[in-house]
Design a protein around this ligand. Sequence first.
Ligand code: NAP
Length: 515
Amino acid sequence: MSNILPTVLLQEIACAETKASPCGLVVFGASGDLVRRKLISSVFELYKRDLLNENFYFLGCSRSMFSDQQFRDDAADCIRKCLGDVPPDLLSRFTAKLYYLTGNYDDQSFYKSIASRMTRLEEKHNVSGSRVFYLAVPPMLYETIVKWLDAAGLSCVGRPECEMVRVVIEKPFGRDYQSAAELNQTIQSHFSERQIYRIDHYLGKETVQNILMFRFANAIFEPIWNRNFIDHIQITIAESVGVEHRGGYYDKSGALRDMFQNHMLGMLSLVAMEPPVSFEADHVRDEKVKLLRCIRPLTEQSADTDFVRGQYAAGVIDGASVPGYRQEPNVDAGSTTETFVAARLFVDNWRWQDVPFYLRTGKRLSKKDTEIAITFKKVPHSMFISAGLPELPPNTLVMQIQPREGISLQFQAKRPGSKVCMGTLKLQFSYADVFGGEPPEAYERLLLDCMLGDQTLFTRQDDVEVSWRLIAPILQAWENQTTNLYEYRAGSVSFPQADRLIESDGRKWRKLSET
Ligand SMILES: NC(=O)c1ccc[n+]([C@@H]2O[C@H](COP(=O)([O-])OP(=O)(O)OC[C@H]3O[C@@H](n4cnc5c(N)ncnc54)[C@H](OP(=O)(O)O)[C@@H]3O)[C@@H](O)[C@H]2O)c1
C-alpha cells in the first residue's frame, strides 16, 4: 500500500532573494545551443521576477553575423519557445538590453572591440564595476578567451575591485586530472580563484540545494545520518534520451566524464559531508572537498570489482524504436564509449565506514529519474513474526531531483482491520504542489549567484582536481580496454552485470521513479 499525505507550508522562516546589483553580462558563444535553449530564457526569468537590476546589459559575442536587432529578435523567439507566451511589453523591455558583437575568439582586436563596447554600454545602462564573462563555447576555446580577456585588461586581476569581475566556465572542465589541472593553472594566471565560477548545473537544482537545508536546518536527521542507522545510499541519474545532437562531443567523453566526475560526485559530497561552519561559500566547499578526499581510493582493479560500464543498443522507448549508440550521428561505428556507469564507493571516515554508496547513471534507460535514496537499517528484530512478517522493509528517504522535485519518506504503519494489518506509507513533499509550478531553472539560480558574487554552488579548483584524480584509475583501465563493456537495450531498466554489482551485496537497485 502506498499513500500520499499532503504537505503544507506552515511558516516561511527565511526567504532572502537578493536582487542582483548593476551588471554587464558578456556571453561568448551567444549563437550556440546552450544560450538559445537555456541561458537567454533564464536571464529573462530573472528579469521577470525582478531579480535582475534595471541597470543591466547582455552582450552576446560569437563569430556568426548578427546585428543587435537580429539578435534581439532571435532571443525573443528562443524565450517564447522555452517559456510559452510572455507579456510582449516585458519581453521588448528586456530585449532592448541585449546587444551583439561579431568576431573571432582568437583575434586580439575582437577583445579591444568588446572592451570599448562595454565602456559605452556601461555608460548607457549606468553599470559600474560588475562584469560577468560567460564562456558558453566548446572547451578548447576556454584558454584562448581568458588569455585575450586578460590581455585586453578585462580580467582586472590584481586590482581591488576585481572580485566584481567574474568568469563563468562551462562543463566539461578538463577530460582528466592532468588537463583539468593545466586548465586551472591557465585560468588562474589570468583571473583569481575568487573570480572563477566553474558551473555544475546540477548544483543549481532546488532539491540538490535542499540537501543542505534538510540535513542542517533540522535537528532530527543529523543524529541518524551515519553508519549506525544507514544501510546504504543510492544515487541515480537515469535519462531516457540518447546523445541527441551531442554525439561528437559525447563520443570523446562518455558517462564517467560527462556525469559521474562532476554531477554524481557533487551530489555524493553534499549528502555525505560533515556540517560546514556556516553557509558561506568556502565553508561549504571545504567540507565537500574533505568528503571527496575520504572516498576510498580506486585502483585499475576497481574497474572490475566496483564499476560496471555499458553502452546502449537499439531498442524501444515510449513505444518508439530508437537507434543504438553506435548508430547515432557523429558517433564512431566501433565506439567503445560508455553510456552507462554503475559504481560502488566507500567513504573512509568515522561517519560512513563500510556504508556502500551505489551510483548509477545511464542514457536511453526506460525513464528519466534523478534521485538520492537513503536506505536505513532494518529493525533489528521483528515482533510480527507470528503474523507472517519475519522481515520488515527498511525506511527509505528519497530526494527526488528529476522529473518532479521533492522529498519522500517511507515507513510502516498499521492498516485498519485485523490486529496486524500493516502497510508501507509514504510522506511526500513535492515542490510543485507546495510552492506551485515548477522550481526555477538551475541556470537562473546560478546566474543570479554569480552576479551576486556567491560561489557556494560553483566548483572550486581543488574539488575538480580531487574528483578527476579519484576516477583516474578507472579512466585508465577503460582506455586500456582491460574491462568489459556490456550492451544494454535502449529502454531497459538495467542489465544483469549492473544488477550483480549491488545484488552481490544482498541489495537491489531501486526501481526507476519509485517515489
Ligand atoms: N548545450 C547544452 O545543453 C550544454 C549543457 C551543459 C554544458 N554545456 C557546455 O556549454 C558550452 C556551450 O555549449 P553549446 O551546446 O552551446 O555549444 P555549441 O552550440 O556547440 O557552441 C557554442 C558556440 O560556440 C561557437 N563554436 C562552436 N564550435 C566552434 C569551433 N570549433 N570554433 C570556434 N567556435 C565554435 C559557435 O558560435 P559561432 O560559430 O557563432 O562563434 C557556437 O554557436 C560547452 O562547453 C558545453 O559543453 C552545454
